[in-house]
Write a protein that binds this ligand. Structure first.
Ligand code: OAD
Length: 245
């Protein structure tokens, strides 16, 4: 399943960066966005996950995010998430960049996580950004910010919004400096995350993709590993452990 070249690279590498997408949480029961059972088959992204949707139809917006919060509250990390916690321990520099907002890498125990698209369990003011600890699941009346009285919203990046500049910069640096870059469970469509693997490869990293299906990235990778991340990643941990013993 893993080439000699990848295993040798890992053996001699200090710096590994991983980018994950919705696919890594699929085995936990969190729906992906695209594909056969993807969320965007049932919802139009522009009606729900955009700044305009929040402004013009904030009730529908909150219904959708409240439903996703409830779903995510009850799910647990899977073997793929836990394998990445183990992999982090093998390398001096390890960054886990995720497009997922489901908190599962952090619940699993990963330390160096860059949540590029935010975290759905956090709430913030839509105007002044004040963070709130409360996690609302059902919203009849949208709670207002105690400081500026604007509507509150989940702390996730919406289509039409820029990413947090500092987090994006950290992610780009992590991609540019690593010796091996893994793209796991992402369709590699949404920018700027989709450019990170190219940035890594352009700087000499060995580029590996783990996915159940080929993506637009696949033809550019050094190694494509076909399979569910919850099955492939624990095997990778075993191989790394074997190499080190
Ligand atoms: P997608 O739903 O676009 O892609 C999920 C990918 O995971 C697909 O390529 C699947 O083939 C793959 N996959 C599914 N199950 C898998 C498994 N068990 N193991 C490995 N791979 C598996 O999700 P993302 O690429 O994460 O943005 O989507 C990117 C962004 O688009 C999301 O962060 C979200 C969305 O709209 C925002 O909401 C801003």
């Amino acid at each position: 399943m893993f080439s000699e070249k990848l295993l040798l690279r890992l053996k001699h590498s200090f710096s590994v960066t991983v980018l994950t997408g919705a696919g890594i949480s699929a085995e936990s029961g969190v729906p992906t966005f695209r594909g056969k059972d993807g969320l965007w088959n049932n919802y139009k992204v522009e009606d729900i996950a955009t700044v305009n949707a929040f402004r013009n139809n904030s009730k529908l917006f909150w219904d959708f995010y409240g439903w996703r919060r409830k779903l995510i509250k009850d799910v647990k990390p899977n073997l793929g998430h836990y394998a990445l916690v183990d992999i982090e321990r093998f390398f001096q520099d390890f960054y886990l960049i995720t497009q997922n907002v489901d908190n599962l890498h952090i619940s699993a125990g990963s330390k160096n996580v860059i949540e590029l698209h935010g975290n759905i369990m956090r709430t913030k003011c839509s105007e002044c950004g004040t963070p709130y600890d409360e996690t609302f699941y059902e919203v009849t009346k949208i709670p207002l910010c105690q400081k500026c009285s604007a509507l509150t919203r989940p702390d996730v990046v919406l289509f039409g919004e820029s990413l947090n500049a500092k987090l994006l910069q950290r992610a780009q640096e992590a991609a540019a400096q690593c010796e091996v870059f893994f793209s796991i469970g992402t369709s590699s469509i949404v920018e700027p995350a989709a450019s990170l693997p190219y940035m890594a490869k352009g700087n000499g990293a060995y580029l590996v993709e783990i996915n159940t299906e080929k993506t637009s990235l696949s033809k550019n990778v050094d190694e494509f590993i076909s399979g569910q991340s919850g099955k492939v990643l624990p095997l990778l941990v075993m191989m790394i452990e074997k190499m080190q013993s």
